[in-house]
Design a protein around this ligand. Structure first.
Ligand code: SF4
Ligand code: SF4
Ligand code: SF4
Length: 253
């Protein structure tokens, strides 16, 4: 088996996304045994410099006042074939948008931007953190896309397309985008996750649907990153059985 190489690049994140990756337990060992070598990870691999790799899972936003972080994210783009924004902070800024004003880390650290503001990103995997299974699935699908046969490549492409479309859509996401892309499309299931994730309490759930106070919204994208329907795809739903079969087969179930 030709394994792919995967790295975890840690920007300004809370490590929650990495913990979620590790929450795959034996599934993580299966991935590392059969599909992917972890070639870079400040927490789990003793490697100092960012190496060439197939897939970079980038956690956290980038602090513009930290030259080292800015250099590292650009180096990651140069060395990785596929860059995945892992989690809401890397994709939209999420709660780190709230850090403007120097509240976090060091007083001179004032501006945190999503990685897509500095480099091209191939795949978004939002949520805070993304679920363990979702990260596992993206790793397996990246493997199938790079090393699989034609059928597997097509299936992996279908699975990853909505996440690639999210990356193309850009780094800006606010409560209004939730309104346009989810609520107005009839996709909202009234779960309330968006309201619970909003750091400024701009969202209230009324009559089972979110109501967004635009005046209060700071455009952090947390609600969009957290909404389970913001990357809903009928294509993925229609191919669900084939996708699950491919992942189960890959994981030896
Ligand atoms: Fe932490 Fe959530 Fe940001 Fe991941 S997306 S780094 S879990 S705050
Ligand atoms: Fe962020 Fe709240 Fe605005 Fe959503 S509504 S982008 S969570 S401030
Ligand atoms: Fe609706 Fe998404 Fe908010 Fe849930 S998180 S209430 S699905 S808009």
């Amino acid at each position: 088996v030709n394994k792919i190489t995967v790295g975890h690049v840690h920007m300004s994140g809370c490590t929650g996304c990495l913990v979620s990756l590790a929450d795959n337990y034996e599934g993580l060992f299966k991935i590392l045994d059969d599909y992917a070598d972890l070639v870079y990870c400040l927490t789990l691999a003793d490697v100092r410099h960012i190496p060439e790799m197939d897939v970079a899972l980038v956690e956290g936003s980038v602090c513009l006042q930290d030259e080292c972080s800015v250099r590292e994210i650009k180096e990651t783009r140069e060395k990785a074939k596929v860059v995945v924004a892992l989690g809401g902070c890397a994709a939209y800024g999420n709660i780190t948008r709230f850090c403007r004003g120097g509240q976090w880390n060091q007083p001179q650290h004032e501006s945190y931007v999503p990685i897509g503001d500095l480099i091209d990103v191939d795949v978004y995997l939002p949520s805070c953190p993304p679920g363990a299974e979702a990260i596992r699935n993206v790793c397996v699908m990246a493997y199938l896309l790079l090393q699989g046969n034609d059928d597997q490549k097509a299936l992996a492409g279908a699975y990853l397309k909505p996440l690639m479309d999210l990356a193309k859509r850009g780094t800006e996401a606010c409560g209004c985008d939730l309104m346009v892309d989810v609520i107005n499309q009839g996709l909202c299931m009234g779960c309330g996750t968006c309201a619970a994730s909003c750091p400024v309490r701009a969202i209230t759930i009324e009559y089972g649907r979110p109501n967004i106070d635009r005046e209060m919204c700071i455009k952090c994208g947390a609600c969009y990153a957290q909404c389970p329907r913001s990357f809903f795809s009928f294509d993925v739903v229609n191919q669900f059985e084939g996708i699950i079969e491919a992942i189960d087969g890959a994981m030896g179930k």
